[in-house]
Design a binder for this molecule. Structure first.
Ligand code: PEP
Ligand code: MN
Length: 378
């Protein structure tokens, strides 16, 4: 005897409920997948995987629905799942580890920043003249340093202090570096100067005071050279990463994050080196992390232990200020090492490959727990 319309309707009703339960069960599995992916640093979206699932389902299809209809229905289900993932990961940024399996490595000449061996960046606070630059570059180069730092545009607390030599400084810096086959990192303070600084520098530095200068961040995001972004002296780690996001979002993924100390009540040091920022940043992003120990300390006598701590915590490199004659330096004279002191510092630091932490600092657990609960914009 064939079933009655009531029986058929009741069966449809039952099946609808079963499908609803299964759909929501599937959605829960999708969110579990999201959590596993985040913990294991697997990219969130893998389009091939969706195609494989559709192919498998169509292969299993024995009708009466056509293959096209099955494709259409499951695509809708997958689409809804992606929406669910996006809702859950709202705030997951492009600088996040979730988007990259491997660490970013930035090649600068023979050095690989973010690679196995920690990198040293050294040089005076500011370009002052040709002799000063030549002496320091020669000394640094013979000590094995191949990346030279020096400011041509100096952000100074007082408008009456030395503001840097500007474009003339860029020229001296480039010519000196070329003479010793060194790469150059120098600060850019103004959107209007990005182009000219880019002509002379290998890496554009954004200083601590400009970490919140979003126009400048966007501008350096639109050009080709790698960017060294300093953490704002009162910026949270989330704000720091949000600034890096501005650069990456414009298309420039070659960003180096630089912890340089934050302002606290402590007066023994110029800033307080936030060493925990290093493993936290390593955990949250794939970008290389450097530590500027000179601006953090503001003094020279504790640089070796700070450098060792930074490298042990997972920093990919150190920045140190070195001047041939610190006593007469036109800026930051109290914190710059002379060349002898720098060589002594290197001895105290020990062999870089030994001090540095080669192991990727991927700790199991959810990286999300590292970020503050409050929203970024406030
Ligand atoms: C610098 O590195 O020259 C500098 C000014 O550093 P910060 O922006 O970290 O103070
Ligand atoms: Mn300085």
């Amino acid at each position: 005897m064939s079933p009655t319309i009531e029986e058929l309707r009741s069966e449809l009703h039952y099946l609808n409920h079963a499908i609803l339960k299964l759909l929501n069960r599937r959605a829960r599995v999708v969110t579990d997948v999201l959590d596993v992916k985040r913990n294991e640093n697997i990219p969130l979206y893998v389009p091939q995987r969706e195609m494989e699932m559709i192919r498998d389902l169509v292969g299993q299809n024995s009708g009466p629905f056509s293959d096209d209809t099955i494709r259409h229905l499951f695509k809708e289900i997958f689409h809804a799942s992606v929406g669910l993932m996006e809702d859950r990961s709202a705030g997951a940024m492009r600088t996040s580890r979730a988007f990259h399996l491997t660490d970013q490595v930035i090649e600068l000449g023979t050095e690989r920043l973010g690679g196995d061996r920690p990198v040293l960046v050294a040089g005076p606070c500011a370009v002052e003249n040709e002799d000063q630059m030549d002496i320091v570059a020669r000394g640094l180069s013979s000590a094995g340093v191949s990346i030279l730092r020096a400011g041509a545009f100096k952000p100074r607390s007082s408008p009456y202090s030395f503001q840097g030599l500007g474009v003339e400084g860029l020229k001296i810096l480039r010519e000196t570096a070329d003479r010793y086959d060194m790469r150059v990192i120098t600060e850019v303070m103004d959107t209007r100067a990005v182009e000219i600084v880019g002509e002379y520098a290998d890496v554009l530095q954004i200083g601590t005071r400009n970490m919140y200068n979003y126009d400048l961040l966007r501008e350096v995001g639109r050009q080709e050279k790698p960017v060294l972004l300093k953490r704002g002296f009162s910026a949270t780690i989330d704000e720091f990463l949000a600034s890096a996001e501005y650069i990456v979002k414009e298309g420039n993924e070659r960003v180096i994050l630089c912890e340089r100390g934050i302002r606290t009540f402590e007066r023994q040091t110029r800033n307080t080196l936030d060493i925990s920022a290093v493993p936290i940043l390593r955990r949250m992003t794939y970008l290389p992390v450097m530590v500027d120990i000179s601006h953090a300390a503001g003094r020279k006598d504790i640089l070796a232990p700070l450098g060792r701590a930074a490298l042990a915590a997972g920093a990919s490199g150190l920045m140190v200020e070195v001047h041939p004659f610190p006593a007469v330096a036109r800026s930051d004279s109290q914190q710059q090492l002379d060349l002898d002191e720098f060589r002594h510092f290197l001895e105290q630091l020990g062999p870089l490959e030994k001090v540095g932490s080669k192991r990727p600092l991927l700790i199991s657990g959810n990286a999300e727990t590292c970020s503050a609960a409050q929203p970024l914009d406030h």
